[in-house]
Design a protein around this ligand. Structure first.
Ligand code: ATP
Ligand code: MG
Length: 588
């Protein structure tokens, strides 16, 4: 189970939090997962409170899903799977102003991609508008709700604060008959937006502001993507949510901590309405990640202001962005398991997500050769027209991935960084007079350095040892370095996009800054003269490979046969282990 290391984060306002610094690195599948919510579910089933566990994931279709939602999806669908129950996908579409069909489609695609299936249990809160309205009338008739003519500002003003009680609206004593009449006329479209609301009649002196006569319905003359112009009054989140849960026989309604103070209202409505079942709400801490913003409002601004190319930009923390970046769904699921489910807020280092993804890719990604910053090598003693097919492993971690043949010729591309004319100490790669191994091919020795008029190295003249085919010498000598390479005659030109954090600061927008000030101007670097081995021509979008020695890469949807484009998913270096060691050290 994840534990908090107790390193406090003084810089992030509004959240008293700790960095998760000492999480077990065992692979998630090897650890039996449990957490306080799973324990509640297990107890409820054991004690016979429910026969079947029913959860739901309730996104509002006002943006694309992000990695925080993935945590909630893995929790809700995961519990249903583990306990033999079911999980509903319910769109919480009660605010027609911000909601769009595009988001509904994207959300469905993302949940499926993440590996979950709601089967026939697809619902929309808007399907319940008729029932919810009847229940609103029921509350009015039983004296538990009234129509209020105060404006939104006046209601806010009457609401009081944490230290001051609220004040009753002058309309609070309105009779049930009058309120019912007005509610019907609100529904019939007689009144303008904002002129009246329906409020629950609970307690203006309650210590919990949510219980001070919360608004249940507001007038909104807006076309709804699903119900069209049928309605001009819409239920609030609080009125729609619990009742939708009850209609669907949800047993455990799991949400994030900000709804904890809404739970008494959730229960009050369930208690005071003739609902068909009694769901219970449980809250867990939302996911926060360093260098990342998970507010849909900010993500929408990034898209609208052109800071990124769209919701699926590979720098976005959206599921569509992570997918485009090459993150496998399995890595995201493993990450959700690794962070676990807790009751107090924390900020997780983004390196932990990268660690989980690397773990999957290291096991599964095929190895390929590509050169990002090319330098020409000519092997002088290799025949001009010869092509040898060199057998090389697809994944040394997984022999079942087999081998492939890579063409080797007299002219090759190697990485410019793999050569130094005057090698510094500890630089063991290619240098004048030095021999290195070309992976799965031959040993080569640099004989001559060719420069252009500016003195830039443009080509290396080398020789090879024909007795070292496949990468080993009969006399047992071993070069200190092994380089990757691509045959120049066969190389596929490619563009490669390197990605870094979208936000420079680990806590974007902390200390009163606008989050946009923290945008990393170098979050994307485009390399336009790269070379890839021939087999990369057919790599499908969605498949991530390792470019040997360089990192994990995947084809971008912009890629075309004549103009390949790859995104760097991640580098090879796992910085999470290092951070963990630091955490342990500080905690010690
Ligand atoms: P909004 O600001 O629009 O309410 P939201 O992020 O809460 O945004 P919803 O569509 O309402 O978006 O969220 C759907 C579900 O995902 C909710 O149950 C919510 O609690 C959960 N969720 C949202 N963000 C996170 C997060 N960062 N970590 C875990 N769960 C989250
Ligand atoms: Mg929400």
């Amino acid at each position: 189970m994840p534990r908090s290391s107790g390193r406090s984060l003084g810089t992030r306002p509004g959240v008293s939090c700790a960095i998760l610094g000492s999480v077990s690195t065992q692979t998630p599948s090897s650890s039996k997962r449990t957490d306080f919510i799973r324990e509640i579910v297990a107890t409820d089933l054991r004690e016979g409170r429910y026969q079947t566990v029913v959860t739901r994931f309730p996104p509002e279709p006002n943006g694309y899903l992000h990695i925080g939602h993935a945590k909630s999806i893995c929790l809700n669908f995961g519990i249903a799977e583990e306990f033999g129950g079911r999980c509903h996908l319910r769109f919480d579409d009660t605010n027609p102003v911000k909601e769009e069909q595009e988001y509904i489609d994207a959300i469905e695609a993302d949940v499926r991609w993440l590996g979950f299936d709601w089967g026939e249990y697809l619902y929309f809160a808007s399907d319940y508008f008729g029932q919810l309205y009847e229940w609103a009338c029921h509350l009015v008739r039983s004296g538990k709700a009234y129509v209020d003519d105060l404006t939104a500002d006046e209601i806010r003003e009457h609401r009081g604060t944490l230290t001051e009680p609220g004040r009753e609206s002058p309309w609070r004593s309105r009779s049930a008959e009058d309120s019912l009449d007005l509610l019907e006329r609100m529904r019939a479209g007689e009144f303008r937006d904002g002129t009246r609301v329906l409020r629950a009649r609970i307690d203006m002196n309650s210590g919990n502001i949510n219980m001070r006569d919360p608004v249940l319905y507001r007038i909104l003359h807006a076309r709804h993507p699903r119900t069209g112009d049928d309605w001009c009054i819409y239920p609030t989140y609080d009125f729609a949510h619990g009742q939708s849960d009850a209609i669907e026989n949800i047993t455990h309604s799991i949400c994030t901590l900000e709804f904890q103070d809404h739970r008494p209202l959730y229960d009050w409505l369930i208690d005071n309405l003739p609902v068909p079942s009694c769901p219970h709400q449980y809250e867990f801490a939302r996911l926060n990640l360093t260098h990342t913003v998970l507010s849909k409002r900010v993500l929408l601004r990034l898209v609208n202001e052109g800071s990124v190319r769209g919701w699926d930009d590979p720098r976005m923390p959206t599921l569509s962005g992570l997918r485009r970046r090459g993150f496998p769904a399995e890595g995201i699921r493993d990450f959700a398991t690794l962070v676990g489910v807790a009751k107090s807020e924390s900020v997780v280092e983004v390196e932990m997500l990268e660690h989980a993804v690397r773990d999957v890719l290291n096991r599964k990604a095929l190895r390929r050769f590509a050169v990002l910053n090319p330098l020409k090598v000519v092997i002088e003693n290799y025949p001009e027209d010869e092509v040898e097919e060199m057998e090389t492993a697809n994944n040394p971690e997984d022999p079942s991935a087999g081998t492939r043949l890579v063409p080797f010729t007299r002219e090759l591309w190697i990485e410019a960084d793999d050569f130094m004319e005057e090698p510094v100490p500890k630089f063991f790669r290619l240098a004048p007079g030095r021999e290195v191994r070309l992976r799965s091919a031959y040993f080569v020795t640099c004989r001559e350095v060719v420069k252009d008029a500016d003195g830039t190295v443009v080509e290396l003249r080398c020789t090879y040892d024909p007795d070292t085919r496949g990468g080993s010498a009969p006399d047992g000598r071993r070069p200190k370095a092994t380089l990757h390479w691509v045959s120049a005659a066969h190389a596929l030109p490619a563009q490669v996009r390197l990605y870094d954090h979208l936000f420079r600061s680990p806590y974007p927008g902390s200390d009163g800054r606008d989050v946009f000030e923290d945008l990393n101007p170098e979050s994307e670097t485009v390399l336009s003269r790269c070379f890839a081995e021939p087999s990369l021509a057919d790599l499908p979008v969605g498949e991530t490979v390792q470019f040997e020695r360089l990192g994990y890469f995947c084809p971008d949807p912009d890629s075309a046969p004549a103009a390949l484009v790859f995104n760097r998913t991640l580098t090879l270096r796992d910085t999470w282990a290092k951070l963990q060691a630091q955490g342990r050290h500080e905690g010690a």
